[in-house]
Write a protein that binds this ligand. Structure first.
Ligand SMILES: NC(=O)c1ccc[n+]([C@@H]2O[C@H](COP(=O)([O-])OP(=O)(O)OC[C@H]3O[C@@H](n4cnc5c(N)ncnc54)[C@H](OP(=O)(O)O)[C@@H]3O)[C@@H](O)[C@H]2O)c1
Length: 296
């Protein structure tokens, strides 16, 4: 007699985001009907909407998080960008909601979108908040994987005005090389881990992109893809602080941004070394060709 198999319930947060949208697509292709926790289901493609279950709500609301994850076997958790005064506390609050859901709903496997630098725990600006979420999830004792990701290519989309003037501003020393990654490739790693059984305990895996890049090299690559001169420009921390304050960011938000670079640019050695598992394929040139070039 055939046994009925109940498929695992997989819950995905931020399914409209850079990484979550890729996780969602891959789960659909794998034949999974995921449950999406999101603020506005109308933002989903109608063809996608009929292939998923949705729970509408804010990840900052613990009741919503508990409701969305009731009966869940697997969870893809992203701390969404927080709008409060202090991003570290904001992430910690989100992380506490995730941890409570893992504990109360007995979620077997959670994949968390973290960052290179979370291993420092303190002194890396907003990344300290991701570290707080890592710790909260670790304390559940459930199976948890932290994806410590490099710097997203998509951050360049916040610099379009400067890039149009041929300048790539940065808080980092121009020759400081660090991992840069396409968020879509992170989504592939996350989806693979959500679908794979057979891993257990607390695990950390880095997602480093194809190569470490300095801002000078990034400017060179962008210049060649965009067919115009682009130069990297190191901006002093205090100038960045003044700029961010002038567009309305709170003191905590400003330090969240400046602190990331300040904490990771000097004497920081990432815990995870680049290797065959952490290296993902999409190059900056390929990403820029698809996503940046059409905007110029
Ligand atoms: N940028 C980097 O270099 C970098 C590096 C390492 C780690 N990270 C981490 O990556 C995460 C961001 O990932 P991403 O780039 O894929 O996201 P993203 O494209 O910035 O999208 C943000 C997502 O969060 C959702 N969202 C925002 N506030 C929400 C709330 N209160 N409740 C529920 N959903 C909410 C948005 O949904 P709607 O707007 O559609 O409602 C959207 O799906 C952050 O945790 C960041 O710390 C970033």
């Amino acid at each position: 007699m055939a046994h009925e198999h109940t498929p695992d319930k997989i819950v995905v947060t931020t399914p409209t985001g850079n990484v979550g949208s890729r996780v969602l697509r891959l789960l659909l292709r794998a034949g999974v009907r995921p449950t999406l926790l999101l603020r506005d289901p109308d933002r989903l493609d109608p063809a996608v909407r009929e292939r998923v279950d949705t729970v509408r709500g804010d990840q900052g609301d613990v009741d919503t998080v508990l409701r969305a994850t009731r009966g869940a076997d697997r969870l893809f958790w992203v701390d969404p960008p927080t709008t409060g005064d202090d991003p570290i506390t904001g992430h910690a609050r989100m992380g506490a909601n995730a941890a409570r859901a893992v504990e109360e709903n007995g979620i077997g496997h959670t994949v968390f979108l973290s960052s290179v630098g979370a291993e420092k725990r303190h002194g890396a600006g907003e990344i300290d908040g991701l570290a707080r979420t890592e710790r909260a999830l670790d304390a559940t004792g459930a199976n948890v994987l932290h994806l410590r990701c490099g710097y997203f290519f998509t951050n360049l989309l916040m610099e379009l005005d400067s890039l149009r003037e041929g300048v790539l501003p940065t808080l980092w020393p121009l020759d400081f090389a660090m991992p840069w990654v396409d968020p879509r490739d992170i989504g592939e790693v996350a989806a693979a881990r959500l679908l794979a059984g057979g891993w257990s305990g607390r695990q950390v895996q880095a997602v480093h992109g194809p190569e470490d890049l300095s801002f000078s090299r990034v400017a060179e690559v962008l210049g060649s893809v965009l067919g115009r001169e682009v130069r990297a420009d190191r901006v002093p921390d205090d100038d960045v602080r003044a700029g961010l304050r002038s567009v309305g960011l709170s003191a905590g938000q400003v330090e969240g941004v400046v602190g990331m670079a300040a904490g990771l640019r000097e004497g920081f050695v990432p815990e995870q070394e680049r290797d065959v598992l952490t290296t993902t394929p999409t190059t900056l040139a390929a990403w820029a060709h698809t996503h940046l070039r059409p905007l110029f």
